[in-house]
Structure formats: structure tokens, C-alpha cells
Design a protein around this ligand. Sequence first.
Ligand SMILES: C[S@@+](CC[C@H](N)C(=O)[O-])C[C@H]1O[C@@H](n2cnc3c(N)ncnc32)[C@H](O)[C@@H]1O
Length: 372
Amino acid sequence: MNVETLVSERYAEGAKAVQEALCCPVDYDTSLLKMLPTEIIERDYGCGDPSRYVREGDVVLDLGSGGGKICYMAAQIVGEQGAVIGVDMTDDMLELARSYQDEMASKLGSDRVDFRKGYIQDLALDVSALEQWLAQNPVKDLAGMQALEQWKQRQRADSPLVEDDSVSLVVSNCVLNLVAQNDRAQMLREVFRVLKPGGRVAISDIVCDEPVPQHLQDDAQLWSGCISGAFQEKEFVQAFLDAGFVGVAYDKWESEPWQVVEGIEFRSVTLVATKPSRQDLYDGGDAVLYRGPFSKVEDDLGNVYCRGDRTAVSRRTFELLTSGDYQEHFVGMSPAEEINNGCFCKPAGTLRPAAETKGASHAGGNDSGGCC
Ligand SMILES: C[S@@+](CC[C@H](N)C(=O)[O-])C[C@H]1O[C@@H](n2cnc3c(N)ncnc32)[C@H](O)[C@@H]1O
């Protein structure tokens, strides 16, 4: 049996009746749960609360949306201008989530949640459309297989389930660990593809402190129970860096393990990361000052920022370091007059003389209007 079938069968059961063994205690924002049907709250197989990262106006994609709890929580935050897409491969889970869609739309004041059938490692493939096509074109031979592959390629290109650069936040709650090892790099490339430049991810999942031996990975109950497919804690971070994300960080780390199997600790974490912007690397005369408390820090591109130094940065790096999760660590400084010195080609770590940014606006600080 392949991994998807194994996992889908287990969660189809979880959609029909609560499976205690799959429940990991989570401290949700209870104000967002008030509006949710009890059945959705009970059939919760998450291990964290990525809805905490949603902002008003976001277009949110929930990978492995299950009964729809995180989608319906996020829908309350995104408001009228935002939207929420839930992708899941299990029919019973989609049916459960969709069964409350009208009720939730009337409570929210608009229908801003859309549940789509798909695989999170292939977010372009519309699995409902594929099923319809297969019903009309059953594959009986090699020619049929080729026609199927051609149809899939065309469908992905012409009407992808989730379009390129269309989402501002990707969330997920206890799902990535269920994806087959061989599909994981593609899954993260897909997450990268669908995010807008500057878009964010907030992934709650299970990680382990040591590599999981093969015999535990082969245990169907442990795998489908969100245990033996867990990423090792360093590999999880590296997988996002390899896919091109920056600002990759463990924002939440449960000190108590959820499970311990053969001495390996499995715990719930929430990882955040950002898709870098595609803005040109031009020199707008900007600098950032690293606040401390460490003597220096190094970003994922190898640039080093020493505490207290006005370090010259490109406009793209400036915008990254003075927003999102970085901004509490840096003070941003820009020239009073907008300038463009052309391509940013200073060696990493070049300092910017104070005279060049004096009297400028200071971004990312809590000292607006003051001077540093
Ligand atoms: C542990 S449950 C979590 C559900 C939901 N996120 C929650 O917080 O309750 C895992 C869900 O992910 C879905 N899933 C697992 N692997 C998937 C994949 N490769 N593609 C799409 N959905 C997947 C399952 O069908 C199931 O609904």
C-alpha cells in the first residue's frame, strides 16, 4: 500500500468518528473556536495553532486541511478582503469540512473558504478534475497511460489547483510528516511556487530529536499516527532552506515531548519562513543596525551583521530585515532623499557612514522620530 492510501484510510476513519490516539493537546485561541461547530472542534488532529500567524487580508492556504478547523479560524481573521483555501486528499475529511461551509459563511458574513481536493506535494494537480476525466477515459493500456500523463500536464499548466504566486500565507497543522520521504522536496518546491514573493509559511508539525530507524518508519500505525514520519529537527529547517526560503526559524518549541518511542522524543513545533522578494538587488543607500544581544549574527546568504554597526544592504535585504520576524532585531536606516546607486555590489559586511543615512526615516525600530 502506498503512503497516501495508508494515510487517507486512517484519516477517513478520523473524519467519521473521533480517534483519540491521533489527538495531540493544543492550546488554541479559544475566541476563534466559539464560532466553530463542535464536530469540527472534536475531529481535530492538529499539533499546533498556525492560525496565530494569519493577518487581516491574507490569502491563506492550509495544507492538509482535514475537518477545516484551521481554515474556519483563519477565515475570521482574514476578513472580507481575504480568502482561505484548504487542500486535502481524503474525501471524508473534505466532506466533513464542506458540510459546515454554508453555516460558516452565514456566520462569517461571506463565503471566503474553499476546500479543494489535492495532494500537497502536487498543488497544481486538480484531483477532482482528474477523477472526472478518468471516469470518462478509463486507462486500459499504454496509450491510455500516455493520454493520462498528457492530460495531467495540460491541466497543471492551464488551470492549476493553486496558482503560482497567489498565496500570502501557507499554514499546515500536523501534515507534512505524513508525506512520503521521496515527495518532500517537491512538496516544499510547490509551497514556494504558490507563495507570493514576500509570502510567509507557518507550519505546526512534529519533529524528532534523532533520526527514526527504518523499522519504525515501516510501522503503518506509527507513520499514519504522525510519529515515525517526523522530520528530524535539523532536517526540518534545512528542507525549507533548500527550497529557497529565508528567515527560517522555530517560533514555537514544545519542551515536553508528545511521544517517546525507543528513546526518540517526538515533539510539536511551529516553523516560520519567508519566500524572498524578487526585487532587484539595487543600492538605495540603506543600512541596518543589528541591535544585539549577540556580538554578531549571520543570515542565510552568509552576510554578517555586527552589533551596533550601520551595515550597508541592498533595498531587497533592507525590506526583508525590517519586516516580519527580523524586524525586532534590526534598526533600518534610509537616506532622507530616495536614491538609486544602481546594482548593489558592495562586499558583505561593508559599513555605511552615518553621514549617508543621517536625518533619514528609521524603520523597524521602536524609536520612531528619534535618532540612534
Ligand atoms: C493529522 S490530520 C490533520 C488535519 C488538520 N490539519 C487538523 O489540524 O485537524 C492530516 C490530514 O492531512 C491530510 N493529508 C495527509 N497527507 C496528505 C497529502 N499528501 N496531500 C493532501 N492531504 C494530505 C489527511 O487526509 C488528513 O486530513
